[in-house]
Design a protein around this ligand. Structure first.
Ligand SMILES: [Zn+2]
Length: 169
């Protein structure tokens, strides 16, 4: 998981599209959040099926569909849409990247995902003890968000749902 996150962040920095393999096909209704915390801040990576973000999962055919995608990308480019970190950690977004990625199989689009990645610098990273999410407010079709956290104290997984939007890190 760590390797995958680092790979995707490197790709984000170089603006190279990430090609997901068919084995990693997402589950509709379910987002994935990966967080790697160190003593300087965190890398935060969010991925969700396009159907849950924009209501369709095919390449845009109309200007209206393209505009809808652009609007959701702009929304996801704001970290507050995805996560809110504790104020006393004093974090700022250093770099961010969003994309709309089609997964093809034999030339046919099978799935499309939205990605958002944030590199966050915190002047008090020790204050990164919890996070809250607003994704279920912004994207009501999402039913669950699987969370993977890697921090100096170890690795853990958790699940967030509309009734449980705060996670202890
Ligand atoms: Zn899909």
């Amino acid at each position: 998981m760590l390797h995958r996150l680092l790979t995707s962040c490197l790709a984000a920095l170089t603006m190279v599209p990430i090609l997901a393999s068919a084995e990693e096909a997402h589950v509709h209704g379910e987002a994935v959040l990966e967080i790697v915390i160190d003593d300087a801040g965190a890398l935060i990576s969010f991925e969700a099926p396009a159907i849950d973000i924009v209501g369709f999962e095919y390449l845009p055919k109309t200007d209206a569909e393209q505009a809808a995608i652009d609007e959701k990308l702009a929304l996801l480019a704001q970290i507050e849409t995805v996560v809110t970190l504790p104020a006393n950690a004093v974090c700022m977004v250093d770099q961010s990247h969003v994309d709309f990625e089609a997964e093809e199989h034999d030339g046919e689009v099978e799935h499309i995902a939205f990605h958002a990645e944030f590199e966050v610098e915190c002047s008090n990273a020790a204050g990164l003890t919890s996070l809250t999410t607003s994704v279920f407010d912004h994207f009501p079709a999402l039913e669950e968000m699987e969370v993977e956290v890697v921090s100096p104290s170890g690795q853990k997984g958790a699940s967030m749902v509309p009734d449980r939007t705060t996670l202890e890190l």
